[in-house]
Design a protein around this ligand. Structure first.
Ligand code: IMP
Ligand code: MG
Length: 203
């Protein structure tokens, strides 16, 4: 199917990943995950809201289609950026986590996220799952992994410890939207991932 950007919306520069490309890659990831968790009676997936909701719904169904284990879904809410787009040179971020599931103690978790950018969100969520909630192990699955142009030393260190076990696509250091990802709560419903012109969103 040919994807098209919304007409007359200058805020979106171009389509980076088409719906077809995403679907195909999600199927491949699902096959890898089904193989990896073969023989386990249950796969416990924890998705990070809101961004991961589209990816996780598609991924879960494809894992079943690929013959994987039954899946238990949980979602947590992590707010890192508020509504705003990342400003150049910005470093430290506060990550607020809500709604952590109580039944993760001793279990192997597959943590599912839309995008790995500087890594603050996933490292905070993973730490909370392991240290506060006693998960036995946490594996990471991200749809997108941003290749950062100018990461700070702190970010380099965080990212070193956060290599995803399953990754859909490596993408350039641009703001993207669609397939669950937003800018100021817009565009999550686009069936593809598009590059955003950031000049339209600076405060
Ligand atoms: P990190 O903590 O810097 O890795 O940021 C990760 C979070 O920021 C993700 O969960 C997203 O919610 C958001 N984010 C980072 N980059 C983008 C983007 O390009 N588009 C939309 N959201 C993004
Ligand atoms: Mg997110």
């Amino acid at each position: 199917m040919v994807d098209r950007l919304p007409e007359d919306d200058p805020r979106l520069e171009r389509i980076l990943l088409s719906g077809d490309q995403i679907r195909e890659r999600v199927q491949e990831l699902a096959a890898d995950i089904a193989r990896e968790f073969q023989g386990e009676s249950m796969l416990h997936m924890v998705g990070v809201l809101k961004g991961a909701c589209v990816f996780m719904s598609d991924l879960g169904r494809e894992i079943r289609r690929a013959g994987g284990p039954r899946i238990e879904y949980d979602f947590i809410r992590a707010s890192t950026y508020g509504g705003a787009i990342k400003a150049d040179g910005e470093k430290e971020r506060h990550v607020q986590i809500e709604g952590l599931p109580q039944n993760v103690r001793g279990r192997h978790i597959l943590l599912v996220e839309d995008i790995l950018d500087q890594g603050f969100t996933l490292s905070a969520v993973r730490r909370a799952l392991l240290e506060t909630y006693g998960a036995a192990a946490v594996r990471l699955c991200v749809l997108l992994d941003k290749e950062l142009d100018n990461p700070s030393d702190e970010v380099v260190a965080i990212r070193k410890g956060l290599v995803p076990d399953f990754c859909g696509f490596r993408i350039p250091d641009r703001w993207v939207a669609g397939y669950g990802l937003d800018v100021n709560e817009e565009f999550r419903d686009l069936p593809y991932v598009a590059i955003v012109r950031e000049e339209y969103f600076q405060d």
